[in-house]
Ligand binder design. Structure first.
Ligand code: F6R
Length: 608
């Protein structure tokens, strides 16, 4: 997501900060900013766009400061623009803050600060931090930051600098990484190791709840009870490229493993303490919802597959008919939609040309358009009537993974929100579902520890040029995503079939030892699936089943099994897809393919 750098020493801070931010560019950002402390005066420079735009703006007149902080922002609260870029300052301009994460209670704090006489310049959650530091400062910057941290809820990696206390930087972390780089007569702060590697490999990695006071000569770390913490120096041995991948061999693997965290971010603040759903972005009232005659989901590729899961979820929970369409088809088929249609467009990037065109068409026909996207400020997010962000963080690998699972989470939340407002779903049912959703990050995490069976199966799969994914109901929708993932990064031809449809033609392709992945997680369809598994086993296919823990019957039928943790059947797609992503990944690696940049494909498809 966003990038943080800080420097305190004897060298000019500006080039060090710019260089550090450049090393974090791979994480994605939409604006950048720097604050330097020059002759006891804080100078803030920021710009929307790339780092180069910031450098152009600063021009030749770079302040001389030897203390500074810098930030690249991936917009969350407030669109990408100069004013919303970090660093943020208090009313006096004496305190500056950079921050990664989300301050969940910022609206309450902002209203309180405004009543206290503070005036705000940006739309961000971060700006409250600067005003809070100003409010609490009484001669000790560290103490002021401590008071601020007691007030805020949410996640943060933050650095505070002030001309009132020009010999230190204060930084703190909760659920957002922060690393301190140790130099001689100088020290560095960063959200990720790549920003430090040019200067030092000796680092202190802050843990959640820790706060550090960083001067030229020293770093003092305290825990959340103000007790000193003896930190172990971690020597970084990786090169810069591996550091960007945080030790993972590929961005795709990193992003697969980031899913528990990404799902937590998607859920954050959207389930109330009593288990109901809170998506204020959807302000349709009960009457408007009851007037809806159908839902149409429009998207491309993986996002379209998320939409297919959404169809099952919406139809089951809301009993509303749902159509799911590929955007490039929808836009040219004069679709039957109008004011009584809820059109949901799903796009990780928010810039896919066909999805944009489909969205514009839906708006022109008077439908309510809800966008589900990962990118704040993207065209989709600017033009839709309602926007729900997935908060998955930047996805760098071309093959979409964490975007898909977080799109699913948003679709569940959206269906529940509509059902809650319109009273089509009882509170008991909502609470049962949200309770199970809260366990999903841990459930996903547990699957990541079961990779052996998948690696073994992939060895067999990698020597074939064809494979089949079969499933029924929600499992079929996920099978489509599994097959797309395998095709795009391993170049193995894969077909996803509704299991009951095989015998209408495709069964002719099932030969001895051909790998078949059978998804069998839906209890009410188990017996039907067993028959279909038997059909392929009778032709000697080699079958890997993805089942739910405790399903002994399916195990008996197949050659290999991967069990996902038991959850509500409706929620299984979030879990079932994880082994499929891993299978695609291992197959791609074992065939020597370019995992992160598969041939002929681009991350953002901005042409028709
Ligand atoms: C597949 C993949 C693509 C995208 C599709 C839509 O792994 O990433 O199929 O899902 O190009 O992209 P967005 O979601 O950005 O509209």
């Amino acid at each position: 997501m966003c990038g943080i750098v800080g420097y305190i020493g004897a060298q000019k801070a500006y080039p060090i900060l710019i260089e550090g931010l450049r090393k974090l560019e791979y994480r994605g950002y939409d604006s950048a900013g720097i604050a330097l402390l020059d002759s006891d005066h804080v100078e803030v420079m920021k710009s929307v766009g790339r780092l180069q735009q910031l450098e152009d703006k600063v021009g030749e007149f770079v302040p001389n400061g030897t203390i500074g902080i810098g930030h690249t922002r991936w917009a969350t609260h407030g669109r990408p623009c100069d004013l919303n870029s970090h660093p943020h300052s208090d009313c006096t301009g004496q305190f500056v803050v950079i921050h990664n994460g989300i301050i969940e209670n910022y609206q309450v704090l902002r209203s309180w600060l405004i009543r206290e006489g503070h005036s705000f310049r940006s739309e961000t959650d971060t700006e409250v931090l600067a005003h809070l530091v100003e409010h609490f400062y009484s001669g000790d910057l560290k103490q002021a930051v401590r008071c601020v941290l007691e007030k805020v809820k949410g996640s943060y990696g933050l650095v505070v600098m002030s001309e009132k206390d020009p010999h230190r930087l204060i930084c703190a972390r909760k659920d957002s990484p922060l690393v301190i780089g140790l130099g001689v007569g100088e020290n560095f702060i960063a959200s990720d190791i790549p920003a430090l590697l040019k200067y030092t490999r000796n680092t202190l990695i802050l843990e959640d709840g820790e706060l550090a006071e960083v001067t030229r000569e020293s770093v003092v770390v305290e825990d959340c009870h103000c007790n000193p913490v003896e930190k172990i120096i971690f020597y970084v041995e990786w090169d810069a490229i591996s550091a960007e991948k945080e030790g993972y061999e590929h961005f795709m693997l990193k992003e697969i493993y980031e899913q528990p965290k990404a799902i937590r971010e998607t859920l954050r603040g959207r389930i109330t303490a009593d288990g109901l759903v809170n998506i204020p972005e959807i302000n349709l009232n009960q009457e408007q919802i009851k007037k809806l005659r159908k839902v149409v989901v429009v998207a491309c590729g993986t996002a379209y597959h998320a939409g297919l899961v959404g169809k099952y979820v919406f139809e089951k929970l809301l009993r509303l008919p749902v159509e799911v369409d590929v955007a490039s088809e929808f836009r040219y088929r004069d679709p039957l939609i109008g004011a009584d249609t809820l059109v949901i467009v799903i796009s990780q990037s928010g810039e896919t040309a066909d999805t944009l065109a489909a969205m514009r068409l839906a708006k022109a026909k008077g439908s309510h358009v809800v966008a589900i996207t990962n990118v704040v400020g993207s065209t989709v997010s600017r033009e839709a009537d309602h926007v729900i962000l997935t908060w998955a963080g930047p996805e760098i690998a071309v093959a979409s993974t964490k975007a898909y699972t977080t799109q699913l989470i948003v679709l569940y939340l959206l269906a529940l929100q509509l059902g809650q407002t319109s009273q089509l779903i009882s509170h008991e049912e909502i609470i049962t579902i949200t309770d199970a959703m809260k366990n999903l990050p841990a459930d996903v995490d547990s699957i990541m520890h079961k990779t052996e069976a998948l690696k073994e199966f992939t060895q067999r799969l990698s020597v074939w040029n064809d494979t089949f994914f079969i499933g029924r109901g929600l499992d079929y929708a996920v099978a489509l995503e599994g097959s797309l993932k395998l095709k795009e990064i391993s170049y193995i031809h894969a077909e996803a079939y509704p299991a009951g449809e095989l015998k209408h033609g495709t069964l002719a392709l099932i030969v001895a030892d051909i790998p078949v992945i059978a998804l069998a997680t839906q209890p009410e369809l188990h017996e039907k699936m067993w028959s279909n598994i038997k059909e392929v086993k009778a032709r000697d296919a080699y079958v890997l089943a993805i089942t739910t823990e405790g399903d002994e019957e399916t195990k008996k039928e197949v050659d290999a099994v991967l069990e996902i943790p038991a959850t509500l059947p409706l929620l299984t797609p979030v879990l079932t897809v994880i082994p499929l992503q891993l299978i695609a990944y291992y197959a791609s690696v074992s065939r020597g393919c370019d995992v992160d940049k598969p041939r002929n494909l681009a991350k953002s498809v901005t042409v028709e």
